[in-house]
Design a binder for this molecule. Structure first.
Ligand SMILES: NC(=O)C1=CN([C@@H]2O[C@H](COP(=O)(O)OP(=O)(O)OC[C@H]3O[C@@H](n4cnc5c(N)ncnc54)[C@H](O)[C@@H]3O)[C@@H](O)[C@H]2O)[C@@H](O)CC1
Ligand SMILES: Nc1ncnc2c1ncn2[C@@H]1O[C@H](COP(=O)(O)OP(=O)(O)O)[C@@H](O)[C@H]1O
Ligand SMILES: [K+]
Length: 491
């Protein structure tokens, strides 16, 4: 699990670290770590540090200061360092340090000349334009320099974060750096975890600056495959179908029978103890042949799924309202999302909108949701009183009244196809039926689908991907059992 903090919290952590030890010079520590990473890249890419040519892109804040002090350290190791001020007035002490070490400061040139100053044969560029003080987007003249670096295939090491991205939301609304490596100081920023900024970071090196923690921090916590393997509710030696959980599925319609079929595949292949199908007649006909283990009579159920493929089902709102009265946890997906009770749901319920569906719930544009998925997921949870899994390139889980969020393991965009959402809803309902709390169910379910798509890449249809998820769970379960055995033999 990796945890990022919003910029205002990172500033608080910095202040606390400085207050705790005023002599600890954070900028020198940052610059030292940055220089070491750049040196490592130079060795990897050209075999030696000495004699390399490095261009520093310098903005007017402390991010530029980090780059200048790192440049001074590199110059002392025989690197030909040139600094190009591209924004604002460069950090004066950093400039002086670079000069003393033998680095060259290029004249800030006229708007249309900046791009020409990128030297031929430049081995690497350092992006010290903007850090956590940056507003997203970069002026055209900086974009021109980046284009030139890109044309010359010069790799960029970003200082703290790639300049131009929105550090808190992960949005990339204008020109921005695409880094080969990002050297991130003190704590991870949300842009390291949220697309499209995440892909702009390249390899991330986290540098510890001795920041502490406190309970007021907003945590943006990203699951990894180890978390998925450890937290999945595998059957134990004494499990029965009831302890594993009975999933009730009310999904599909005569117009969209596939959704019911796909949701049932998701539930079965995610390991439900039993699946009771209460959905469309048309879906049933296929399911009896395809998945003969599914039952159709009324009986015990531990979690429900409503809404996938309902279309314009007229009694949908009543079905959900009745489900709420039973007190069982449930997933509400797709068309069910337009039929939520005015009084809201419950935090034990998981709703699974994509950006368009959440925008409709919030009465805003899809673009607004996509440009700040964490913020939008919060608003969705607060509005519906339910736990929200916002689907998309980055899958965010938010709980009502809670600022911290979970982010699922990222996966390839192969899952961006009709029917994936239905399978995912079935997977999440299985987790609820097994007793997993709604937030963890959303994060684990989305992670399983992503990890499966990464392991079985290509245009695999969603019901086949569901089958592959069973294979992945088998593998993860063995790994988790092995890890538990090793842990047991140590203690
Ligand atoms: N404060 C600390 O304790 C530490 C800070 N460090 C560095 O300091 C950075 C933050 O420094 P700053 O707060 O000075 O902020 P930045 O270096 O991100 O730059 C802020 C400056 O750029 C201008 N600016 C912002 N967005 C712009 C845009 N889109 N176009 C044009 N100009 C824009 C602002 O007006 C401001 O003058 C961190 O990212 C990190 O690199 C490190 O040295 C580690 C310790
Ligand atoms: N760019 C992307 N990269 C990775 N996964 C994606 C991307 N876009 C969508 N997904 C995932 O694909 C699935 C699509 O679900 P959804 O849009 O609800 O499809 P449907 O409702 O048609 O079944 C979700 O799990 C979503 O998070
Ligand atoms: K930067």
């Amino acid at each position: 699990m990796q945890t990022a903090y919003p910029v205002h919290d990172i500033r608080r952590l910095e202040e606390a670290a400085i207050a705790a030890d005023p002599r600890h010079d954070l900028m020198q520590a940052a610059a030292g770590a940055l220089a070491a990473v750049v040196a490592g890249e130079l060795v990897e890419r050209r075999g030696a540090v000495y004699g390399a040519r490095v261009l520093l892109l310098i903005g007017g804040g402390n991010n530029g200061g980090d780059a200048l002090f790192a440049g001074a350290l590199l110059a002392r190791r025989g690197v030909a360092v040139r600094a190009l001020p591209v924004l604002g007035t460069p950090h004066p002490a950093g400039l002086a340090a670079l000069r003393r070490a033998g680095g060259r400061i290029l004249e800030p040139l006229a708007v249309d000349e900046q791009a020409e100053t990128v030297p031929q044969g430049c081995d690497l560029a350092v992006d010290g334009v903007l850090g956590i003080g940056g507003r997203p987007g970069l002026p055209d003249r900086v974009a021109a320099v980046l284009d030139r670096l890109n044309d010359l295939r010069v790799p960029i090491v970003a200082v703290d974060l790639p300049s131009g991205v929105d550090a808190d939301t992960g949005a990339v609304p204008g020109a921005a750096v695409t880094a080969a490596v990002t050297v991130s100081f003190g704590a991870a920023k949300p842009c390291q975890l949220i697309e499209p900024a995440r892909s702009r970071c390249g390899r991330v090196v986290d540098v510890d600056l001795g920041f502490g923690h406190d309970d007021r921090l907003t945590r943006i916590s990203a699951l990894d495959e180890d978390d998925l393997a450890r937290d999945w509710p595998y059957p134990g030696v004494t499990s029965s179908k009831y302890t594993r959980g009975v999933v009730g599925i009310d999904a599909g319609s005569d117009s969209y029978p596939g959704a019911g079929i796909l949701a049932a595949h998701g539930a079965v292949y995610a390991g439900a103890g039993m699946v009771r199908f209460h959905g469309a007649e048309e879906s049933r006909r296929v399911l009896t042949g395809a998945l003969p283990n599914i039952v159709y009579g009324d009986g015990r159920v531990q979690a429900m799924l409503y809404g996938s493929g309902w279309g314009d089902r007229p009694d949908g709102a009543d079905v959900i309202a009745h489900g709420l009265e039973t007190g069982l946890p449930a997933v509400v997906d797709a068309d069910g999302l337009q039929r939520l009770p005015a009084g809201g749901l419950s935090p034990e319920w998981l709703i699974t909108p994509h950006a368009g569906e959440l925008a409709r719930l919030l009465g805003c544009d899809r673009g607004e949701v996509e440009s700040d998925p964490v913020g939008a997921a919060h608003r969705g949870a607060d509005r519906t009183h339910a736990t929200v899994l916002l689907k998309g390139a980055t899958q965010v889980v938010a709980r009502p009244g809670r600022r911290s969020v979970l982010i699922a393991v990222p996966g390839p965009a192969w899952t961006a196809q009709a029917g994936s959402g239905d399978v995912l809803a079935g997977i999440c309902a299985t987790l609820l039926a097994a007793g997993v709390p709604a937030a963890r169910a959303g994060a684990l379910g989305a992670s399983l689908q992503a990890v499966t798509a990464a392991e079985f890449p290509g245009p695999v249809p969603p019901h086949r991907l569901a089958e592959h998820a069973a294979t992945v769970l088998g593998r993860l379960g063995q790994r988790a059992a092995g890890a538990a055995d090793r842990e047991g033999s140590r203690s």
